[in-house]
Design a protein around this ligand. Structure first.
Ligand code: NAD
Ligand code: GDD
Length: 328
């Protein structure tokens, strides 16, 4: 029999890619989002445009016949969106409401279990002050002290999904994503994360010119390519392990190094201009011991290999925009 999946947030970056992956596996897929994917046509068999903050809408789309339910919808963005403080109330209200509604609807409609995408932003700030030695082991989460309201909402919601497991016998799964990147992600407008922002800035710069970087560029992060994020997501969903578990790369780099790799891919020599901007934690890296133990799998692709594909796609978007502006 054909398997079926519901993907909430299917108009977004990870949800859009997940729909494609599930279609390749032969699933019948229903996507749900406020909007269709902005860059490519959805491959979902059925796409419901609607607002998951509306509990009646959630009850319409949830159905126990779905073999897999992925809840990726959230009010989110990169440092320029979540660390300015300007969107705190909306981020918390919108994302918490979506999770409360979807869990209630799925539980009442006897959905067996849901996948939930939490974030590394829920880890305590005090363990991420040293850029060379951050601690993001799953058991370091408490005492809790996320550095953003976005992180606090993620922490609340991951607890909510696990409470439904204990009290209602659901089989929910929780992953903590660490900065996911790839083609067809937000690359401008203010919600883009560092890999996309850096690729855009490098693509827009002329050889010998400069790129602006927020902070001194010595802050560290790891970045996970979209294909590996999907692999981890699907393996966790189909496993007996509820999580929470990190889904991220252990290849930690400084933001300066990220710029150097992108410039090298572009074949450009560029000067870095460090400017004030929203920074977030000083250092962050995935700790993949638990995922390796529980799923007998962990990500292995290099940052460079993912960045080559991402740069190529973003460079095309930048060129397309320039050509459209010229023609207008
Ligand atoms: P995204 O912003 O591209 O996708 C989220 C989607 O949710 C958007 O298409 C948006 O329209 C939709 N949405 C928001 N509010 C909605 C509502 N009220 N009703 C229906 N749809 C709504 O983000 P993404 O990068 O694809 O992230 C997917 C999930 O993974 C999110 O929960 C995010 O917090 C989490 N996550 C992502 C990353 C990352 O680096 N991309 C890191 C950690 C966690
Ligand atoms: N976005 C962005 N744009 N970041 C920049 C830029 C720029 O032009 N220049 C430097 N940076 C720096 C930021 O200041 C930050 O220190 C670092 O690059 C990483 O920024 P982001 O990629 O935007 O966010 P993040 O890693 O702090 O948090 C992201 O990852 C989380 C999971 O690990 C966010 O996307 C969260 O939403 C996500 O949950």
């Amino acid at each position: 029999m054909t398997k079926t999946a519901l993907v909430c947030g299917a108009g977004g970056f990870i949800g859009g890619h997940l729909v494609k992956r599930l279609k390749r596996e032969g699933f019948w897929v229903r996507g749900v989002d406020l909007k269709f994917p902005p860059f490519v046509e959805t491959e979902a068999d059925d796409f419901a445009v609607g607002d998951l903050r509306d509990q009646y809408f959630c009850r319409q789309i949830a159905d126990r016949r779905f073999d897999e339910v992925y809840q990726l919808a959230a009010d989110m963005g990169g440092a320029g969106y979540i660390f300015t403080g300007e969107h705190d109330a909306d981020v918390m209200h919108n994302s918490a409401t979506i999770n409360l509604n979807m869990l209630d609807a799925c539980q009442k409609r006897n959905v067996r279990g849901m996948f939930y995408s939490s974030s590394a932003c829920m880890y305590p700030e005090h363990n991420q002050m040293d850029p060379n030695n951050p601690n993001c082991a799953e058991d370091s989460a408490y005492p809790a002290n996320p550095d953003s309201e976005y992180g606090w909402e993620k922490l609340f919601s991951e607890r909510l999904y696990l409470a439904y497991n204990r009290n209602y016998g659901m089989r929910n799964r929780v992953a903590r994503y660490h900065n996911i990147f790839g083609p067809e992600g937000t690359w401008d407008g203010g919600k883009e994360k560092a890999p996309a922002a850096v690729c855009r800035k490098v693509a827009q710069a002329t050889n010998g010119g400069e790129v602006e970087i927020w902070g001194d560029g010595t802050q560290t992060r790891s970045f996970l390519y979209i294909d590996e994020c999907l692999e981890g997501t699907i393996r966790l969903t189909r496993s007996d392990f509820e999580g929470p578990v990190n889904v991220g790369s252990e290849e930690m780099v400084t933001i300066n190094q990220l710029v150097d790799i992108a410039a090298d891919i572009a074949g450009k020599k560029l000067h870095k201009k460090h400017i004030p901007g929203p920074l977030g934690v000083r250092g962050r890296n995935s700790d993949n011991r638990l995922i390796g133990q529980k799923l007998s799998w962990k990500p292995t692709a290099t940052l460079r290999s993912g960045l080559e594909k991402t740069y190529e796609w973003i460079e095309r978007q930048v060129r397309g925009n320039k050509e459209r502006a010229k023609a207008a």
